[in-house]
Design a protein around this ligand. Structure first.
Ligand code: HAM
Length: 428
């Protein structure tokens, strides 16, 4: 038993898993470029107030799950690790004066997020999101474009049967009346409410709808629906989002109980699930519109929306579905030598080939040549470059480990020769 372990709720991404994540990041990067999103990087931690104000003080993410950093001195500001990317990106939008840029400003980021969650399958304390934000466009067309972008990501990643759940949660005009209705409803059932939910009934009644407490499920299902209380402007907006999605042939299911777990949302709200796995824990990703957030964080009133896709959960879904998530690269060639002691020559040849852009491994153990060749075959290298007596007049033996053939090649042509082979065998 090793004495040190990765912290509870975190895990090492060992090479195979890391390669799977890199593949997802590459798909995300390619899609972001095609849809006109520019990459941004924000700090892994922010002033706690950015999250409290942005996400909302009475939310699970801030109340229970925020990783607060211990201040170094009495007067230090209070910091927290980012539990999501949106609040930080909007903070950067305001700070950098991006409202003077052509709108909307479309930004994307992929990286680790931190939530002090109760660890379980698909729920980690450090996890990875791909996040996209389009700030400065009131929609509704961009809402559909955003939903389609996430949907396409799953398609390109190879996650089967992803379903979009869609709702509108109203805006500052219609939500207050709905919240009163909701308060009255849950108030009538307050005896059945768990302690936390009873407290939230006063401070943030909407949060009762995304409670993970199993005792709440039946009450939530029977609660009045926001979709029946939308004002005309929200109703029209929502209808147009749906019409745009229909035009793009993105399938979705209306989900009137979907409210999302963060306070900044208004109007469009959506989540991605694998069909048959629509439980609260299993969302592959989610997002929505946050028309009040820029103003909350000190900018002038600006509409916006975005999503974050949970990449850990995509990896799990790919594992489940048996889809090959990655192909790790094997070396094109292994450099071996007839003189087991002469590691210098092997290292030198490897260095030259690497400088030419080739992926090779130098055999650095003082094993017999036959053993060196065995290990090259075992790792599925396509070629072995054998350094022997011919090196004296500038030649090496190039052995094709797959075909079992061997020929003499001038050392000056080795890189070109291997590069040609790499192209024809899709190696490297
Ligand atoms: P969220 O629903 O809190 O939204 O998180 C988005 C996704 O991140 C989830 O659907 C899930 O896949 C993944 N996720 C969340 N927590 C964990 C965890 N503990 N372990 C593994 N995966 C997790 C947001 O974060 C918003 N910022 C999305 C957004 C962007 N809205 C507008 N713009």
């Amino acid at each position: 038993m090793p004495s040190f372990r990765a912290p509870r709720g975190t895990r090492d991404l060992l090479p195979e898993t890391r390669a799977g994540l890199s593949r997802l990041e590459a798909i995300a990067r390619s899609l972001a470029a095609r849809y006109g999103y520019r990459e941004i990087e924000t700090p892994l931690f922010e002033q706690t107030a950015v999250f409290e104000r942005g996400i909302g003080e009475v939310t699970d993410v801030v109340e229970k799950e925020l990783f607060r950093l211990a201040p170094r001195t009495e007067e230090s500001e209070s910091w927290a690790l980012r539990p999501e990317a949106t609040a930080g990106i909007v903070r950067a939008y305001v700070q950098a004066g991006m409202q003077t840029w052509p709108q909307p400003v479309k930004l994307t980021l992929a990286g680790p997020m931190f939530r002090y969650d109760r660890p379980q399958a698909g729920r980690y304390r450090q996890f990875y999101q791909w996040d996209c934000e389009a700030i400065g466009d009131p929609g509704p067309a961009v809402d559909a474009e955003m939903i389609e972008l996430g949907w396409r990501f799953y398609a390109e990643a190879g996650v089967p049967n992803v379903q979009v759940l869609l709702n509108s949660i109203g805006d500052a005009a219609c939500r207050p009346a709905y919240l009163e209705t909701l308060k009255a409803y849950f108030g009538r059932h307050s005896a059945q409410l768990p302690e936390l939910e009873r407290r939230r009934l006063e401070t943030n009644p909407l949060r009762l709808l995304d409670s993970k407490d199993p005792d709440m499920a039946a009450l939530i299902a029977a609660a009045p629906k926001i979709s029946q209380c939308l004002c005309e402007a929200c109703e029209t907006h929502f209808a147009s989002v749906r019409a745009h999605l229909d035009a793009l042939a993105v399938p979705y299911r209306l989900e009137p109980t979907l409210v999302r777990g963060l306070d900044y949302y208004a109007r469009t709200a959506f989540e991605y699930y694998r069909s048959g796995a629509e439980g609260q824990q299993q969302a592959l990703g989610g997002g929505g519109r946050y028309d009040g957030l820029v103003e909350l964080l000190g900018g002038r009133a600006t509409p916006g929306l975005g999503f974050a896709l949970g990449l850990d959960r995509v990896l799990l879904a790919l594992d489940d579905s048996g889809a090959a998530a990655t192909k790790e690269t094997t070396p094109l060639a292994v450099i071996v030598g007839a003189d087991p002691a002469d590691t210098t020559a092997r290292l030198k040849v490897a260095s030259q080939l690497r400088a030419e852009g080739l992926a090779v491994r130098a055999e650095l153990s003082p094993r017999k040549l036959s053993r060196q060749l065995e290990s090259a075959a075992k790792e599925h290298a396509h070629f072995a470059v054998i350094l022997g007596d011919e090196l004296a007049d500038g030649h090496v033996q190039l052995k094709d480990l797959e075909a079992g053939t061997q020929r003499l090649v001038p050392i000056g042509e080795l890189a070109k020769d291997l590069a040609r082979a790499a192209r024809s065998h899709h190696h490297g």
